[in-house]
Design a protein around this ligand. Structure first.
Ligand SMILES: Nc1ncnc2c1ncn2[C@@H]1O[C@H](COP(=O)(O)OP(=O)(O)OP(=O)(O)O)[C@@H](O)[C@H]1O
Length: 489
């Protein structure tokens, strides 16, 4: 170990004879590095407060600690072969960029204090892949003036434990992730909170038909990546089970060819949508593909008033958000298993850019992960879209116990019903009610209201009880109301 610091030597001579040299201190003398190439055991080198303006002559020394504090360096170069470097001090230079450090994978500490030139947070991307980096000092650089500097750096460099000589707390790490890449739960909680607060700021409306927290309203939510076919399935479902379901969301996107306002969506302008948010109208909203989508309490109320259950389709974020509300829908995930086919379908719709298709495809994994990591999150997962409707329709029948009900109807028509059969019919009807209200019968058991004279209504009474008042609703039992789905949609 040699300390030559604070002398008047002006030139470094060849030190190749000093093969056992491990630590060398050459502070305060030189303007150029030379003569060290053969020092094959040199691990610690200090060249602080020299006049070095360019790093050279370090070759591939086994340096673990290098100090170049207080020199005249403008960029980081000549370090790329120092693969053992762990601690690097480049403070008090004129460095503008962190480029040049990206391959030093053992670096644990970098000091760039008072370079006065590093101004962009994005510079941290150069050290993003240094997984051992724990300590970064950017004090005295203009980058610190950037808004949210600290959280942004902590987010970019999630392994840091010390930033600018201060310990990074667990709270800061969580805040940074919640700010820059919030998990769905957090996004949903924010969305829910926003709408709840806006709603509470308005005069409170007491809905006649909508249930309260202890009286769930029957809803079916179809979810899956964009264009996976869930909308078509929702249409078909509303046609087949037209005594039960209707749906409606709001969006700021324009209608596609063949779409009708009030049937496919309520199409509204961004301004109207924003106003509705501020008026506390929404239960949940999302931004998708540059447009806003949302489900309002009034829309559900409209459907509910007609005695129908609600069927909506939405992206996963909407599901997370809806799960925070007191609604307790059944959630059905429709997941494409044949990616090529799914891509082909998206392309054939002619509605999406390649970037939009990429996003939709990349989200398949998101749905799959949610389903596998959160058992029970979805009530039903339906893969593959060819048999999807059959499976879905079967699932809905099971939820509603419709097949049994049909059998029950037949039994009822028979003049020879025994008391056991009648009891069975009653039991099934009770189950249907419970299924539709999500286990506990609430206000919505009125969907299948019993008449005072007949405590055990027949199937036609059930139908009459759920018959909608408007014939424009997808739930009308007069005729299927929904327009045929145009091909290519
Ligand atoms: N209120 C909502 N909350 C969350 N997601 C919603 C909501 N309303 C619609 N979405 C979803 O937003 C995405 C974009 O809707 P859009 O109608 O523009 O898509 P699309 O191209 O017709 O695809 P899809 O056939 O899946 O509906 C769809 O996945 C849709 O299900």
């Amino acid at each position: 170990e040699v300390n030559f610091s604070h002398n008047r030597m002006t030139k470094m001579k060849d030190l190749s004879d000093c093969v056992l040299l491990t630590k060398l201190d050459l502070d305060n003398s030189f303007c150029e590095i030379s003569g060290l190439e053969q020092c094959c055991r040199l691990t610690h080198l200090s060249l602080a407060h020299n006049k070095i303006s360019r790093i050279s002559g370090l070759g591939s020394l086994p340096l673990t600690h290098l100090c170049l504090r207080g020199n005249q360096l403008e960029r980081i170069e000549g370090l790329e072969h120092l693969k053992s470097l762990q601690v690097l001090d480049l403070s008090q230079n004129r460095i503008t960029s962190l480029s040049g450090l990206q391959n030093l994978h053992l670096l644990g500490s970098i000091n760039l204090e008072k370079n006065l030139q590093i101004s962009e947070i994005q510079e941290c991307k150069h050290v993003h892949d240094l997984l051992l980096l724990r300590d970064l000092n950017l004090l005295g650089n203009p980058v610190q003036e950037q808004p949210d500097y600290k959280l942004a750096v902590i987010f970019l460099l999630q392994h840091l434990t010390v930033l600018d000589q201060e310990k990074v707390s667990a709270e800061e790490k969580v805040s940074s992730v919640n700010k820059y890449d919030p998990p769905m739960d957090v996004v949903a909680a924010r969305d829910h909170m926003t709408h709840l607060v806006y709603q509470l700021m308005q005069p409170q409306i007491l809905y006649e038909t909508l249930p309260s927290a202890d009286s769930p309203y029957p809803m079916l939510v179809m979810t899956g990546p964009q264009g996976c076919g869930k909308r078509e399935l929702a249409h078909r479902l509303c046609q087949e089970f037209n005594k039960y379901f209707a749906y409606i969301c709001h969006t700021t996107r324009g209608p596609y060819f063949g779409e009708e306002n009030g049937l496919d969506y309520h199409f509204v302008s961004q301004e109207v949508f924003q106003n509705m948010i501020h008026m506390g109208k929404f239960i949940q909203t999302i931004q998708y593909g540059g447009h806003s989508y949302g489900l309002t309490r009034d829309a559900i109320e409209d459907v509910a008033r007609e005695g129908l259950a609600c069927c909506v389709h939405m992206e996963l974020e909407g599901v997370f958000s809806l799960k925070k509300s007191y609604f307790e829908p059944r959630y059905i995930l429709l997941i494409p298993t044949q990616v090529e086919k799914y891509i082909g379908h998206l392309k054939s719709r002619g509605l999406y850019t390649p970037a939009q298709i990429d996003i939709a495809v990349s989200r398949i994994q998101l749905y799959a992960n949610t389903s596998s990591q959160r058992p029970g999150f979805f009530d039903n997962v339906i893969p593959d879209w060819e048999e999807a409707y059959q499976t879905l329709s079967q699932a809905v029948k099971e939820y509603l116990l419709l097949e049994e009900l049909e059998e029950g109807e037949n039994n009822r028509a028979s003049p020879d019903n025994t008391s056991t059969e009648l009891a069975s019919i009653r039991r099934r009807e009770q189950l249907v009610r419970e299924a539709l209200v999500g286990k506990s019968p609430g206000v919505y058991s009125q969907l299948f209201k019993q008449t005072p004279n007949d405590p055990h209504p027949g199937a036609d009474q059930l139908a009459a009880a759920v018959s909608p008042s408007s014939d424009r609703r997808p739930g009308s039992n007069v005729k299927p109301i929904l327009p045929p789905i145009p091909t290519g949609r």
